[in-house]
Design a protein around this ligand. Sequence first.
Ligand code: PEP
Ligand code: MN
Length: 344
Amino acid sequence: MLVVMKHNASSQEIRDVVDMIQEMGYEARPIPGRQRTSIGLIGNDGQVEPNLFQSFPGVLEVIPVSHSYKQVSREWKEENTIVTLPNGTRIGGTEVALMAGPCAVESEEQILGIAETLAGMGATILRGGAFKPRTSPYSFQGMGVKGLELLAKARDETGMAIVTEAMDVGTADQVAEYADILQVGARNMQNYPLLRKVGRIGKPILLKRGLSATIEELLLAAEYVVAEGNPNVILCERGVRSFDTQTRNLLDLTAIPVVKSLCHLPIIADPSHGTGIRAKVTPMARAAVAAGADGLMVEVHPDPNRALSDGAQSLYPEQFRELLDQIRVIAQAINRELTPPLGE
Ligand code: PEP
Ligand code: MN
């Protein structure tokens, strides 16, 4: 960290900063310049709050020189983290992983039927919420444990891995009994007790970017999970709030190459929640793969008009098949490939 003093800072003000740094147990290295003095703080491993020095008399600005996240950073680990699921699907390597399914599990017929269709098309990970975080308390809240049981049945029948949301600390263990990947939803990205909890459970985590979270906040949320001893975190760009009302969210595809340069964890894209509009899902899914996403999470429903949640952004199964045909070509162009279908 570098504490930059104002040009007219007194020598006493400079000394006060130096004394404070030393009192905290770090080395202070004043660097006199032609216009102003800066003071380097050495030995800080992300523990010092920059705001502390910001309010000292004579301080102009404080510049952090290292990231506040550690273990998720590329500096900590240069090679990509690859998350491997029990059915062999790898996320973070050269393959582009395919997670697809309805927003919510609604019935046995719905989830088993769509699982079979999607597995037949080549998806290897089935999504579907059993516990749903809904904006309105009067909207469908999910089937709960029954939904988890149906997901497990779909896995038994198709071989697909299951990704489903754990909404709170109290139900996380129960969800983990069924899920291959525990999803932490956008609304819970900064639920720190939940992040610590899923970190201790140890199963792969899909961590979705918060509705207004910066990339740094996303990486710090991942740091919570990794710091608990769980290295298997998959990040998900799912769109952020914007001033424009044309789409539900603004899918921030720049986040993909930015995260890739800062962080070794895989990152996938969710163009369904990212756009909120069926017709916009396919173009943004194509763009996400082109941008380097390690996978896609796409909502697909057998009968979107009758879906109990997010029907307007859910693809018809046939549209998902077309999407796969298109992204197969895009993946190839950047020396990647789609995860091979189960059994191949
Ligand atoms: C979901 O995946 O169904 C979901 C609720 O996503 P998000 O947390 O990104 O809104
Ligand atoms: Mn949804």
